[in-house]
Design a protein. Sequence first.
Length: 687
Amino acid sequence: MTTIPREVLSDHFQERMQGRRIVSALFTTFRFEPAFFETQILPAFFDSALSQADAIRLVQLEVSLRELKGSIAVYYDRNGLVADGGSSKLDVRRIAVSHSTGIFHPKNVFALVEAVEPDEAGHHARTLLCACLSANLTRAGWWENVEVAHVEEIAEAGHTNLRDALIEYLDRLVRTVVGQRLNDELRKQHAAASDIREFLRGTTQREHRSVTGRLRTHFHDGDASLPDFIRSVAGNALQGMCLEIVTPYFDSGAESAPLSALLREFEPREVRVLLPKNDRGEAECPESLHAWVASLPNAKWGSLPEDLLRRGKAEEAKRRRVHAKVYRFFEPVRAGREVLYIGSTNLTQAGCRIAGRGGNWETGFLVEVTSPQRPTWWMSANADRPRAFAPTTEDEGTAASGGSQLVVRYRWDAHEAGVLWGGKNPSPALKLLHSGVLVLDLGQVAAKEWVTLARIDADRLEEHLRSTSIFHVVGESTEPCLVLVQEEGMHARPSVLHDLSAADILRYWALLTPEQRAAFLEARARVMGDADPLLARLAPLPVESTLFDRFAGIFHAFECLEQHVRNALNEGRTREADYRLFGQKYDSLGTLLGRVTENVAQGKGDRVEHYVLLLCAQQILREVGRDHRAYWSERRAEVKQLEAQLESAGPLRSTLAASNHEMPAFLDWFDAWFLERAEALEPETSA
């Protein structure tokens, strides 16, 4: 029996990310657990040490995400939302997809990465990691089940068989969401897909399906039936091979139309089909289907090795559920000939699209692998008839709970909310609830057009979004439906780390290395009670009176902030500049000004320090605005908000001026020279 390749999914992606950093990423999934994705899956794509505590890890990821040149998006089936683990908190775009003829079922990872170290020409070479998986973005998919995945890498300006199929898939994905023909403006609204598409446009399409008799990897976008796709790529190369099928779901009938189609198309020498079982040992297929497969002359039910199914080494350890989808063609006579279809497609009519163009939306790779050993069966033949049967369906119970056709959007930077009803006709009277509490009484919503909510409703939604992004929609069906709010303008969303003092913000700005910043965040999160209860609790070190508490520390911190902003703008990372200047995060300039104005209003702290802080803020706005006019012009509203914060501290200057009769003239002189940026003197040269 051939040894089945085994690896932890997160570990595999972490290995791929070594020496690389993420630029943009796009994930697709059927079932989606937002909180688990952010705390457990997303960290695998950041080559940095993150805390073991979820709360601290979220703060660290919040920093990492704002430094991206691109963006991250998740596309999920609207019926596949899982609310049990918590809601989203990070700047990840979450987009619900409705597939009219079945379920939106693809599981893909497209990660555009670049080398951390530049080449001799100073270029950071980019690569696209393309993965087809069976695993949903859930705890079960990444931690518990037996899943399958294959990852391909496409080099910058490379030559690949995947180019055209992937571009068409991305366009189809965005077209399905926006509901109309695409143009450049609509593509830009889906920034992650646009970034990856632009990278692919820089590659070239390889025309030959195979090289020296070996198949190149091909991408199945789900538009053709599975047998037709495999035939179109492999031709007659798979004819008469052995076929092994690993899939957890089947149709409810007494016969399998997809299996019959594969038998007709490829005439395999022998077939083994996984017999899925639950923890009680019940077969998760119809009893009549089990009898039909067992009656076929060249087909048998199969079982995977027990050590692969156990969650631990102990004999009594619970079994892992097999959720993998693999169609494995191999030739046991000729060593090394092995072709696999790996992806999301179950052995169902909807999955394989046997009944025509209708069915699920699936994806997968057809890939030929090489091995020095002669390939043999993964599964042992299982002739025993199960004692009991408990058939399951591939919608995994989502049809009962269901998602909503309502789309809810909130813009943190503009404090605006809107709703969109995806049905063909106006909606019934709808209400939005959280934990049984009425949030919004929406009434009837028009079909296929965005409706802007009143400011009072937007404010009410914002209040609840501070604690959750998952709500229940009542009135759409007999049971409440789940909806995940699309949050935009996330730089203006309050941070997951709250209430840093002005001194803490300045210290954080001045830290030079990622390790120093990580240690600072971890210490502050523990002090504020957000740390994991299993982590050791250390008393905070006493804060000494240092230069950071006086003027040298203030000047140094603002210099660091300005340099970060300038670097971000010069490198096209405008989102990072937005976070640092206009955001509502723990280290944003606006947050610092808020702390200062609070202290001024309450008469706390040193008035001279507060005044110098405000002048430093005024100086950085003036300098950045002068050197980056286009960026400044596009963000006039945000600039006005910061200027309003500065003006609100106006009484501070009046208070200082009134303290001494010479003070008004001194402040006029001091302000003018302080705000004027000094220029470095040229060194004198000796004759």
